[in-house]
Design a protein around this ligand. Sequence first.
Ligand SMILES: [Zn+2]
Length: 348
Amino acid sequence: MKGFTSLLAGLVLAGALGAGAADSKDDSAKLIKLLQTSTVSLLKEGNARFAAGKAQYSNSDAARRMELAANGQEPLATILACSDSRNPVELMFDRGVGDLFVVRVVGNVAGVSEMATIEYGVTQLGTPVLLVMGHTKCGAVTAVVKGAELRGHLVALAKLIEPAAKKAKADATSAEDAVPVAIQLNVWQQIESILTSSSLVRAHAAAGKVDVMGAVYDIASGKVVWLGRHPDMERLLALPDAPDEHPAAPGLADAHAPAGNQLPVGSTPAASSAHGGAPAATQQGETGSGKSSGPLASAKPIAPGHGAPASAAPVGPTVKPAGKNPFGAPPPAEPHDEHPPAKPASAH
Ligand SMILES: [Zn+2]
């Protein structure tokens, strides 16, 4: 697998060089599109093998590890998925070491750290695909839909799922029925959060450099149901940047260096976007567009082979960054009222 993106990138370059100046841009765009469709095809083929019990477990040997250690990573896709142990991302796509840049967090939410990691995958590693993937029977989404009592930092995480849960419940006859709808709406919600909050990812998506898609994994069948692009993608990609959303800051060095999968300290990379640095922590009001999403459309429960699109709520993450815990210092005592129990689904 190593070299797949290089190969296609070479084709992009060859296409650009082989064409006249006027055509090179169009040809490059076409070849980037080819890279994206090829990536999705590979993921779909791998998932079909996995679901059929015919996984090949490729790219998992010592030679692969040595190659990547020497030459750096070049993953195919950045994937935001849930931490649920029944949701094994590399396995479900039958991909191996260095193939996927995976962000796993309970409820596949796009909080600040997840957003920064996604920005790294998209803008530094240059993955042609960004996939936000929910899964059936997601405990986090279920808890929020059913208003389960949560404690600790889960309270803040649950707030990122609440808009989807709230909308799903509004259209469902029971909480049980609302869960699969909320799982799908949560995929759209997180994509909207990413594109609303991250001018870096938005710029790459608007330029066609990354194809942002949604999916839901069925933990029983092993099949990934692809949802396609966000139904409101056009509006999201047209959002303007906030003036000071991403102040330049030194940070990530060349991601393709031999030790490129570290997050080294170094010069500010020449990213494809003019921005660099830390992601914005909040979303609402950030764009200054004055726009708001239309009312949420209802979503149908996931059925294999279908991807009924549905809008996502305009409300973005409002989670505050957790307090820092300097290395070596003992963790601060938790104040009694730091994370009072909350019923997130009924809090709004
Ligand atoms: Zn989950």
